[in-house]
Design a binder for this molecule. Sequence first.
Ligand SMILES: [Zn+2]
Length: 219
Amino acid sequence: MNFDQPRREVVATCLQLADKGYLAGTAGNVACRIDTEHFAVTPTATDYYVMRPDDICVLRLDNLVCVAGDRRPSIEHRLHAHLLRARRDCRASIHTHQPIASAYTLLGRALDIQCPAYQLPLGQEAALVSYAPSGTSRLASKLREAIRPEINAYLLCNHGVVCCGPTLSETVARLETLELACAAFFRDAIVGRASLGSDPSLSEVLKQLLNCEDLECVQ
Ligand SMILES: [Zn+2]
């Protein structure tokens, strides 16, 4: 069986995410359904800028046996397998340490998505997955329990995020939307706190400094 095309797509997606600063060194990982039985996933601890299609692991979705690729699969391959099994409508599952959304996970709560333009790709909330150490079966199990058909973004407490989607490019777009939604939350929180102060003009000044009016939505 030829796995060349999906492997090339995964490498291209990793380069795109690395250029955006979403992968933070060798952190983060990308998975892509190949057919009903197989999925491709990035190898563990590999520099994305030197990674080649042959480095991408191909695993069976049912028992996680590696059928192609000499390297060891990402430590989060179980997490991606749970997502791809539960969400038959999704071809891609991506985990990142993107800066703003990862900072949001320190709050330990789900994010309500109030803006309709963000709800369309993400759903009405980004669900919280409670903390478990990276790469463990416990973390994969906690994600599995949180998976819902209508939610495409998951916040891994004190860690990073996972998004799923029908294609790799749409999933990258969802990660970008999640980053915008979290940025809007923080901007709103800063402005809201300022408005509690004694000088009501301060919040107006902050709004201008933060360009809140330029945002598509401020939550
Ligand atoms: Zn991670």
